[in-house]
Write a protein that binds this ligand. Structure first.
Ligand SMILES: O=C(O)CCC(=O)C(=O)O
Ligand SMILES: [Fe+2]
Length: 239
C-alpha cells in the first residue's frame, strides 16, 4: 500500500482508528516508494552536513525541496485517510485545515536535547514517517504511553495538563517509568518508509535520542487542533 492507494469506503481508515485505540498505534508498512524514500534520506544527510553535523528541523513544506514530503500534505489519498481516521474516532466531520508538519533531523551533540521530553501534541492525530533510523548505538525508538488522557473540553484544561507534564519532576518520573520497563509503555522500533499513526493529543510520548555520529530523521504531520476555535487560546497566542 502507498499514498496512491484509495480508500473510498473508509474501511481502511476505520480499521486503523480501531488499531490505534486497541494497540496505541497503527502502521502501514512500506507506505513510501523506495526511490522517493532514498531522495528524502539524501536530503536529510545533506541538510545535516550543511549544518556541520548538527540537529536540523524544518516546519512546513517550503524548504523540503523536491522530496515527497513537500507534496504529501496535499495528496488527496493521504488527506482522505487522515480525515477518515479522525472521523471514525471523533464522530464529527473532519475539519478542513492543513497539517502542522515538521521534519526533525537528529544528529550531533544536540540530538539528546531534542529527545526524552515527554509531551502531548496539540493535535488529535499524529502521522509519523521515519526517514532515517540510527544504524548503530541507540535505536531512537518512539516511546508512547497510549491514550493516557481524553480530549479536553476546554483549552484551559488542556493547558493544565501541559503544565503538569512540562516540569522537571514529572519528566523525571516519566523517564523512570520508561527505564524501569513499565509494560504500559510502548517502545516502538521505527522502519523507514512506514507510516505510523497515533493519537498525539491523547498519548504522552517522546523519542529516544540517537548517538552523536548517527542520524534519526522523522517526518511528522499533525492534524486537527481541538482547541483551534478557543477564544482564550487565540488571546494567549496573540501576545
Ligand atoms: O520524532 C519523533 O519520533 C517524535 C516527535 C514528536 O513527538 C513531535 O515532534 O511532536
Ligand atoms: Fe509529539
Amino acid at each position: 500500500m502507498s499514498y496512491m492507494t484509495k480508500d473510498p469506503s473508509g474501511t481502511l481508515a476505520s480499521a486503523l482508528a480501531g488499531q490505534i485505540n486497541k494497540n496505541g498505534y497503527a502502521v502501514i508498512e512500506d507506505y513510501v516508494d523506495l526511490a522517493e524514500l532514498r531522495d528524502a534520506q539524501a536530503f536529510v544527510v545533506k541538510s545535516i552536513a550543511d549544518n556541520n553535523g548538527g540537529y536540523v528541523g524544518f516546519s512546513g513544506t517550503e524548504r523540503l525541496g523536491n522530496t515527497f514530503l513537500a507534496d504529501l500534505p496535499k495528496n488527496p489519498n493521504f488527506l482522505a485517510l487522515c480525515h477518515g481516521i479522525y472521523e471514525s474516532e471523533v464522530g464529527k466531520p473532519a475539519p478542513n485545515v492543513g497539517f502542522y508538519q515538521i521534519l526533525r533531523c537528529l544528529s550531533g551533540g544536540a540530538a539528546k536535547k531534542h529527545s526524552m521530553r515527554f509531551h502531548f501534541d496539540s493535535y488529535v492525530l499524529t502521522a509519523l514517517i521515519p526517514i532515517t533510523v540510527p544504524d548503530h548505538g541507540n535505536p531512537g525508538r518512539l516511546i508512547i504511553h497510549p491514550n493516557s488522557r481524553g480530549i479536553r473540553r476546554t483549552y484551559l484544561r488542556n493547558l493544565v495538563d501541559k503544565v503538569l507534564v512540562d516540569n522537571r519532576l514529572s519528566q523525571a518520573l516519566f523517564n523512570a517509568l520508561y527505564r524501569r520497563g513499565s509494560k504500559r509503555v510502548i517502545r516502538l522500533s521505527l522502519k523507514p518508509g512506514n507510516l505510523y499513526f497515533f493519537w498525539g493529543y491523547r498519548s504522552l510520548h517522546t523519542n529516544e535520542p540517537c548517538d552523536a555520529d548517527a542520524i534519526r530523521a522523522t517526518a511528522l504531520l499533525h492534524y486537527a487542533d481541538p482547541h483551534a476555535d478557543s477564544w482564550i487560546k487565540q488571546k494567549l497566542r496573540r501576545h
